[in-house]
Design a protein around this ligand. Structure first.
Ligand code: NAI
Ligand code: MG
Length: 352
């Protein structure tokens, strides 16, 4: 099968980790008889430097024409002036919105070999396998903002349709897993959360009777996520709660550098990126952990190209590399760390 993949390397370590993922995709393509074509476009700081804007039209057009988008990271000290007219992060928000990517999936599955890198007690982490589904294009982040001398406001709004579509996505994903959905809200205080809870209850009752649904308030969920992470399968929540809970959940895995994400809409063009940023402190040194981006490429194969077997092939290769101690500096405790290229080779040599 032929597939066109738009590459948005971005800033900092973005180009280093996306190059690693491309090597792995090429290897898997060769092994399974697929023709993956890659086209690179500018986004973020580099796009501001070259085109004066963080999301040039050519980038957006290239992404829309592709089957899937693989992104590195954007931002860095060079573009961090808070008073600047254009900022790299605007490119990211704009592309998510332009592609209608309302569901952000962040799987968290601590690997036995890296559990020691987490600040959480190992016995709590064994067997953890959860998937956070964060609503990505609604809620308070996208509501009207006001500011005057007396104060400021951010409006939080959710339509029924926005909650329905992300709930259906979460339930569909849960069906292919353990069939359990935890919906997180603040229904004791917020009207948008009462709507969220009503819609969640109705969608599961009418359309997914095989799914078990549990409601959690976001504050107690923050506690349970650390105290009993094994109890969760799919966790679905609104934009801001999801932003906060997914950063917390990333600590279960041990390193930011390990975690992939997928952002999906109604179409098949999904956007795939590691959850970490551009890591300017280590950019250009060849030491960045490429696994989060390589695992994002696996999600790309599964969710945008329907290649479940090829996706599993990448995930198994990363698992095997980690089991054999192929650690980058963020994971290694004994000072014997691999660089990005060596860690990528460790994965490539385990693609069967
Ligand atoms: P960051 O995720 O870039 O880095 C946090 C820490 O984790 C740093 O010490 C970094 O060296 C380390 N780290 C991150 N990824 C790593 C990897 N793959 N391997 C090894 N170590 C890794 O977050 P930070 O420092 O808050 O932000 C840096 C820049 O990235 C900022 O401009 C920020 O706005 C941007 N950013 C972009 C994101 C994106 O493009 N999706 C997400 C988060 C931040
Ligand atoms: Mg965040």
């Amino acid at each position: 099968m032929r597939a066109d993949i738009a590459l948005l390397p971005g800033d900092g370590i973005g180009p280093e980790v996306t190059a690693a993922a491309v090597e792995v995709l090429r290897a898997v393509g060769a092994r399974h008889g697929h023709d993956f074509r890659f086209d690179s476009f500018d986004i973020g700081g580099i796009a501001i430097d070259r085109h004066g804007e963080p999301l040039p039209q050519a980038t957006l057009d290239g992404c829309k024409a592709a089957d899937a988008v693989l992104l590195g990271a954007v931002g860095g000290p060079k573009w961090s002036d808070p008073n600047a007219r254009v900022r790299p992060e605007q490119g990211l928000l704009a592309i998510r919105r332009a592609l209608g990517l309302y569901a952000n999936l962040r799987p968290v599955r601590p690997h036995a070999a890296t559990i020691g890198a987490s600040p959480i007690k190992p016995h709590l982490l064994a067997g953890v396998d959860l998937l956070v589904v964060r609503e990505l294009t609604g809620g308070i982040y996208f509501g009207d903002k006001t500011r005057d001398a007396e104060g400021a406001s951010d409006r939080c709004y959710y339509s029924v349709a926005e909650v329905e579509r992300v709930m259906r996505r979460a339930c569909t994903l849960a069906r292919a897993r353990r069939g359990h959905v935890t919906s997180v809200d603040k229904a004791n205080v917020l009207e948008t959360s009462r709507l969220w809870r009503d819609v969640a209850t109705r969608i599961v009752r009418d359309e997914f009777p095989d799914i078990t649904l549990e409601h959690q308030l976001v504050d107690s969920m923050a506690m349970h996520l650390i105290a009993r992470p094994r109890a969760y399968d799919v966790v679905v929540t609104e934009n801001m709660f999801g932003d906060i809970l997914t950063d917390e959940a990333s600590m279960l895995a041990g390193s930011l550098g390990l975690l992939p994400s997928a952002s999906l809409g109604e179409g098949t063009v999904g956007l795939y990126e590691p959850i970490h940023g551009s890591a300017p402190d280590i950019a250009g040194k060849g030491v960045a952990n490429p696994y989060g981006t390589i695992l994002s490429a696996a999600l790309l194969l599964r969710h945008s190209l329907g290649m479940a077997q090829e996706a599993a092939c990448i995930e198994d290769a990363v698992d095997a590399a980690l089991s054999d101690g192929a650690f980058t500096a963020d994971l290694a405790s004994d000072g014997r760390a691999m660089g990005t290229a060596e860690a990528t080779l460790a994965v490539l040599s385990r693609i069967d």
